[in-house]
Write a protein that binds this ligand. Structure first.
Ligand SMILES: [Zn+2]
Length: 410
């Protein structure tokens, strides 16, 4: 099997005019956690480029999704913020639908946290997720889940078996598939005439403004603007009509669309104008982003080195995929961090890919009596700072992002 392949043409428009923007070095896939350090782990180039024709920013390398998604460690339900958001998301969808009884399909439904909201209110649901372990977890809690990769072919078989869908949800998945045209064609095939779809994606405006280079990892092929999402949808007969901001993932948008044309909302018109104003499509904006990312690395490493020189014991908090990029790019390893605390029990006892730091429960991590916490899951900052206060941690906190890193002294 060909595991990794360099792209020579833009994945969206086929152009050969790709310009490299930022090289984050060879890194292992961000979710390839290991139980023992002698397990072999492969690294692949982690680099983004920009298409000079359609302006879409994307990875230069395609690592086979089969290598990355079959056993997935990110469980939606482990974050309190995500569960609260699932309720709000439900309201956002239902408020835009005319029918009272809906048939809902979610692509990349993870552990079923979002679909459960619909089920509780009596709607019919189907989840789809390629990660077998998550599909099993979802099934156990009453969320019927197909363990497969979604595309036009699967959409056809779902429509034959269950009929059209009134709602199709794809949260944080479109940027994670090497061929999004096939996924969107599937959505278009499945969606009823009056139905609505919702795509949630990490918005490049936030990535650029707040320097989210940690959101670059092998599973994340695309860095989308609203404009690039619109062009992807319209190629497949779908029309965007509204947009809302998502409170999680440190800056995502939810785009709402339908097969029939609907009047665009003011929110949508304003966001599109803002993308233009901020220069999201300019090469210079991305070159500036690359320069700042390199400066960021030096600064963060300096803060950590100084803390250690001052006799501080440091732990990390949050072993997310994003943290893997940050740790590898900045060269922060087990010599710098004693361990990383994470609330997801599936990760405990594993080592971070490439940086070999042990992941433990927060209880075990704080039993080391750390002086400083590196807040790797900085996008859940408020939730984690509350938690640190509630367990009586009063030491220093390093906030790596957004923008330049800062040391919050106790
Ligand atoms: Zn292109």
């Amino acid at each position: 099997m060909n595991i990794s392949k360099k792209v020579v043409t833009c994945r969206l428009c086929g152009s050969e005019n790709l310009v490299t923007i930022l090289d984050l070095g060879a890194q292992p896939p961000a979710n390839s956690l290991r139980k023992t350090l002698d397990q072999r782990i492969e690294s692949y180039p982690l680099m983004i480029c920009r298409c000079s024709d359609c302006t879409t920013v994307q990875l230069t390398e395609t690592v086979s999704p089969e290598v990355m998604f079959r056993d997935y460690f990110w469980v939606t339900g482990t974050s309190d913020t995500a569960v609260a958001y699932a309720e709000q998301f439900y309201e956002n969808i239902v408020g835009r639908c005319s029918s009272r009884s809906l048939s809902v399909v979610e692509i990349a439904s993870n552990d079923g946290t979002f679909l459960r909201q619909f089920k509780q209110k009596g709607h019919r649901i189907i989840g789809i997720d390629p990660a077998k372990n998550l599909a099993e977890t979802a099934e156990k809690t009453g969320v019927p889940t197909i363990s497969d990769f979604f595309g036009l072919q699967l959409a056809k078989s779902i429509r034959m078996g269950h009929g059209e869908a009134d709602v199709v949800i794809a949260r944080n998945v479109i940027p994670h598939v090497p061929n999004p045209n096939d996924v969107v064609a599937g959505i278009s095939h499945l969606l009823s005439e009056e139905g609505i779809g919702a795509i949630e994606f990490h918005w490049v405006a936030k990535i650029l403004r707040e320097l989210h280079y940690d959101s670059i990892y092998h599973e994340h092929y695309f860095y989308h603007s609203l404009r690039s999402i619109i062009s992807l949808l319209s190629r497949n007969g779908l029309n965007i009509f509204d947009v809302t901001e998502s409170p999680i993932s440190g800056g995502s948008l939810v785009a709402y669309f339908s097969r029939t044309l609907r009047q665009p909302t003011v929110a949508l018109t304003e966001k599109l104008a803002l993308e233009e104003r901020e220069g999201l499509f300019a090469l210079e904006t991305w070159q500036e982003f690359a320069k700042s990312s390199l400066e960021h690395r030096i600064k963060l490493k300096e803060i950590i080195t100084n803390e250690i020189a001052n006799g501080k014991k440091i732990i990390g908090y949050g072993a997310s995929a994003r943290s893997s990029t940050l740790l590898n790019f900045c060269g922060i390893g087990s010599n710098d961090l004693v361990c990383i605390a994470d609330q997801n029990p599936l990760k405990h006892g594993h080592f971070t890919p490439g940086t070999d730091i042990l992941i433990t429960s927060p209880e075990v991590a704080f039993s080391h009596r750390p002086d400083t916490v590196l807040l790797l899951a900085w996008n859940f900052k408020d939730e984690i700072l509350d938690r640190l206060a509630s367990i009586g941690f009063h030491g220093n906190v390093i906030l790596p992002l957004p923008k330049m890193p800062i040391l919050i002294k106790s």
